[in-house]
Design a protein around this ligand. Structure first.
Ligand SMILES: [Zn+2]
Length: 277
């Protein structure tokens, strides 16, 4: 069953990770969608893509409000397809909420144990990875394009949680909407480091299939799942979205499909203050 459930929340199109929100009611977890009746600024959440910045701030405020979180809790990094992770302390909440300058620089992964910190990252095809350690009550989000995937940013996120005392057997991972194998052709530049990351020359067909162009159709979501299973994450604790951001033109922006000039969806995870609803 698809874990990311589409809904229209007060006029805002979005996907929520319902099963986590049901099991852990203090969490808000989801991924934004676009409105295909409006231009790409209408549901763009990122400040780096040349859209109208006032509209981005407006969109962020509106979404935070719908989620029952404050705009002051909206926290983000400047993503660079790297593997650097920041641990967000309560004094750092809100970094990057209204300007790129104050965001965590060169940062593709965010973790926190604090409540009322909305961790966010931005997407148009890359893979959003969500993390939750129930025993620590820590949350995280990481941006994994192919570079972050083969750089094993997911493993680094888990390692940070383990250093903090999390139990590997309990760590939850969700892999959100992103470009599917249907639309994602790659060459050896991507396949070779992926083979190294998985320590095998024989990539399973659900991960990468040769295509008639002499290249491969890559399932980047399954690649992240395989890398996380290799380090011992319970396969039953990994939820994988089947949404393809490139096929589903009515719901998503796509960097490949839209040839660069487009908006960004936001992935978020936050903990509400206990007692609030
Ligand atoms: Zn597709």
């Amino acid at each position: 069953m698809e874990p990311f459930v589409y809904q229209n929340m007060g006029g805002l199109p979005l996907f929520s990770l319902d099963s986590w929100q049901k099991e852990f009611p203090h969490l808000v977890v989801g991924f934004s969608a676009r409105n295909d009746k409006e231009d790409w600024n209408a549901c763009n959440y990122a400040l780096h893509v040349g859209g109208n910045p006032e509209r981005v701030i407006h969109n962020r405020k509106r979404l935070a409000n719908e989620l029952g979180m404050s705009f002051a809790s909206w926290t983000c990094g400047e993503q660079v397809h790297g593997v650097h992770i920041e641990i967000v302390h309560s004094s750092q909440r809100g970094k990057g909420c209204d300007t790129r300058e104050t965001a965590f620089q060169d940062t593709d992964g965010l973790l926190t144990g604090e409540s009322d910190v909305l961790l966010t990252s931005y997407y148009a095809d890359c893979v959003p990875l969500y993390f939750y350690s129930p025993d620590l009550d820590w949350i995280g989000v990481a941006h994994a394009g192919w570079k972050g995937t083969v750089g094993k940013i997911g493993v680094r996120m888990v390692e940070k949680l383990l250093e903090l005392g999390a139990d590997l057997n309990h760590i939850r991972v969700a892999i959100g909407p992103s470009i599917g194998a249907c639309c994602y052709e790659v060459d050896e530049r991507v396949i070779h480091p992926l083979q190294e990351a998985l320590k095998t020359k024989e990539l399973p067909s659900e991960l990468a299939k040769p295509n008639p162009n002499g290249k491969w159709q890559l399932n980047l979501k399954q690649a992240n799942a395989a890398i996380l299973r290799r380090i011992g994450i319970n396969p039953r604790h990994i939820l994988i979205s089947s949404w393809c951001t490139s096929c589903s033109t009515d719901h998503f922006y796509s960097h490949r499909r839209d040839q660069g000039k487009t908006g960004r969806m936001v992935a978020w995870i936050g903990k509400k203050e206990r007692g609030s609803s």
